[in-house]
Design a protein. Structure first.
Length: 433
């Protein structure tokens, strides 16, 4: 995309500026985050190191490419591990965007770090509002910013409806925390609650009209996560007890409202997400075939993978005739499978380490920490959103978009901040303090 020519240099420049003010304490506080990012960066860069011809030709899956070299009489060429070096450089450059968010975010003080939530909520709402205008206007109108996109769907600032729906679904937990972690006056608290409730009402039909089936499923998870996170704090002790006593009734009413809104949206505006689930065309989705071929590719290039950014070209080698079409498969439509194909066993090991760190931190923030503390609330919200994006990545590739990669990095910062601040179950400092 043409915008990448602006985004990547700008992100690299921001990384350089952030490094000028980066201090040792910033890195120490987030050592696991920096450690994981450094490992990802090194693995991606390793795929770009030229290898001797004998070593490269001995790598699994290179036999056909070696035969092509011999046919065109190319000899003694040093090649990197990735079979598509230019795409490998693009993959490495794409890491600059989340790295810029990380390097700047770790230098925020705690107040500014948590104020980022409002910024992300506003930007996500803007994307949703653009999506609303898109479905009202022409399917090929000016509000669709990409030449290849899901015309007629509410994609917002994205090109893909699944990615747009993923961000909208993450708004449910974010709006719940936005409405319940404000220390201002009672009137301003009620104002934030009204704003959050209004946008929650809009979100439900908006996700339905995106046409994203995965967005609908993780939207249900997001709505449940938002209900779990929401805490309307009051200084009146009796009012607190009354609110706590009515939690079950409120949860039931919220669920009925969500279902009712979905039914109304379906019958009045023909929600594309539900239509695509119920449609017989849903059975024609080729994702299962893509994943089967991806599994074959994994073993074809085992254990080192086909190389960063090489999925398209690697897939074409094994693509069956019955799946040929006028369009090409740009991704495996499952980041879990694509990482296995392109990065092999080392990529899977990094995934496993990240998953273990995630699960260990979940046990810490949900079982051993006070849920009334602001860092814990943000960490729990981030845990839910990280899980939602991980689930969405089972059937798509949302983290490959710069927007969601940046938002995901913000989640990582909030997710890690609770432990960094040294909060334990013996700490009793509440949000009101």
């Amino acid at each position: 995309m043409q915008s990448i020519a602006i985004l990547h240099p700008a992100a690299i420049l921001l990384c350089a500026i952030a490094c000028m003010t980066l201090q040792k304490k910033h890195v120490e506080h987030y050592k696991w985050v920096f450690g994981m990012f450094f490992a990802i960066f090194c693995l991606t860069a390793f795929h770009l190191i030229p290898l001797p011809p004998v070593l490269w030709q001995a790598l699994p899956g290179r036999a056909q490419l070696t035969n092509v070299e011999q046919l065109v009489e190319l000899k003694n060429i040093w090649r990197p591990l990735t079979t598509t070096p230019m795409n490998g450089w693009h993959a490495l450059a794409s890491l600059a965007t989340p790295l810029a968010v990380l390097l700047v975010g770790v230098q925020f003080n705690r107040s500014d770090l948590y104020r980022m939530l409002t910024v992300l909520v506003v930007l996500a709402i803007i994307s949703g509002f653009i999506g609303l205008l898109q479905i009202i206007g022409e399917p090929n109108g000016l509000l669709y910013f990409y030449r290849i996109t899901n015309n007629g769907s509410a994609v917002g600032l994205f090109a893909n409806r699944n990615h747009a729906a993923t961000l909208l679904a993450c708004l449910f937990p974010m709006l719940a925390v936005f409405a319940s972690t404000f220390n201002g006056t009672a009137d301003r608290r009620r104002g934030r609650l009204i704003i959050a409730a209004a946008f929650t009402v809009i979100l439900i039909p908006l996700i339905l009209v995106t046409g994203s089936r995965s967005g609908l499923l993780i939207g249900i998870v997001g709505l449940a996560g938002g209900a779990f996170l929401f805490q309307y704090r009051s200084t009146d002790v009796q009012n607190k007890k009354r609110l706590a006593g009515n939690f079950g009734l409120k949860s039931l009413l919220i669920s009925l409202f969500a279902v009712g809104t979905g039914v109304v949206t379906y019958f009045l505006s023909r929600a594309q997400s539900i239509e695509r689930i119920l449609s017989t065309d849903a059975n024609k989705d080729n994702r299962a075939e893509f994943w089967k071929i991806s599994t074959d590719l994994f073993w074809e290039y085992f254990p080192w993978g086909s190389g960063s950014g090489s999925f398209v070209e690697a897939y074409k080698i094994l693509e069956p005739v019955d799946l040929l079409s006028p369009t090409y498969l740009n991704h495996a439509h499952s980041d879990w499978f694509e990482i296995a194909v392109t990065f092999g066993v080392p990529g899977l090991l990094l995934l496993a380490v990240g998953l273990i760190l995630y699960l260990c931190n979940i046990v810490l923030i949900f079982r051993r920490m006070d849920g009334a503390l602001q860092p814990v609330v943000y960490a729990r919200m981030s845990a839910i959103c990280i899980g939602m994006i991980a689930v969405a990545s089972l059937g798509d590739y949302p983290l490959r978009t710069p927007i969601i990669a940046s938002v995901f990095t913000a989640y990582i910062l909030w997710f890690s901040a609770a432990k960094i601040d040294g909060i334990s179950d013996t700490t009793r400092q509440t949000l009101d303090d």
